[in-house]
Design a protein around this ligand. Sequence first.
Ligand code: C2E
Ligand code: MG
Ligand code: MG
Ligand code: MG
Length: 282
Amino acid sequence: EAKTAGRNAVRFFDPAMQAILVVRMLLESNLRVALANNQFQLYYQVQVNSEGKLIGAEALLRWIHPDRGFISPADFIPLAEETGLIIPIGLWVLETACAQIKQWESSKETRHLTLAVNVSAKQFQQPDFVDTLSEIIRRHKIDATRLKIELTESTVLDNVDATTEKMHELKKLGIAFSMDDFGTGYSSLAYLQRLPLNQLKIDQSFVRDLSHDENDATIVRAIISLGVNLGLNVIAEGVETSAQRAFLIAHNCYAFQGYYFSKPLPLEGFHALLKAPESDQI
Ligand code: C2E
Ligand code: MG
Ligand code: MG
Ligand code: MG
């Protein structure tokens, strides 16, 4: 009995702990079902330049559960990573994204778009990741320069030599790399210089309070100059206001993503945005 075992004894049947485990197991088995039953969908969020022209999109995963509705990636990506389910899920994302690029290639309104895909550490660190992605690109017969992979600082720094080598191999195919959530990790200048990156993506936490937080404004200015000095392009995520956009332009950041332009949309919504007459003033 727990009481006689004393305060510091391990409690095997802690009901709270057991509830957490049950919820996790349920979520895990639901994730497997989701994969088998096509409950995943890609949403697309526009990326625009300073003239308001649409330059591309970021693919963002959505889980549409038949009973529970919309489940945010923040609520299932971490478990998918822990259980390894991120491998087949991430594969589905890459397949779907490459099929989408193929479709965009067939029309002159969409041919120029790049599609950014988030790849998690566990997925990128698979020994066969380069072969797997090369095969997908060949099979879909796409121009690989339309594909951009978003990695986080921790993914890269986790295993910097192996990751850098993979990035170089994929870059040879034409694939571009963006460092997502930049500024929240611990990249050193030495690493940044060595990595075959194309883009730094300023984390939205710094963009949010840009107008009234002097520290955030300083960080954003520093990230932009760092990117410019390294010859990288810089994009800001989480842009919600015209004041944030104006600040960014004033400090030499000319690419944006955020609710000010559009929320992530299902494919039909994204295409409607492309066709809208005001789309060149987004
Ligand atoms: P992320 O890659 O940094 O994506 C940006 C997140 O910010 C997205 O959240 C997007 O919906 C949200 N966002 C965009 N504009 C704004 C804005 O103006 N204001 C605010 N408050 N938020 C904005 P989402 O879609 O919930 O995705 C969360 C995270 O889940 C992503 O962060 C990414 O790390 C991960 N994720 C999403 N899709 C995938 C995927 O296919 N594979 C992997 N491995 N991770 C994914
Ligand atoms: Mg991202
Ligand atoms: Mg991000
Ligand atoms: Mg993020």
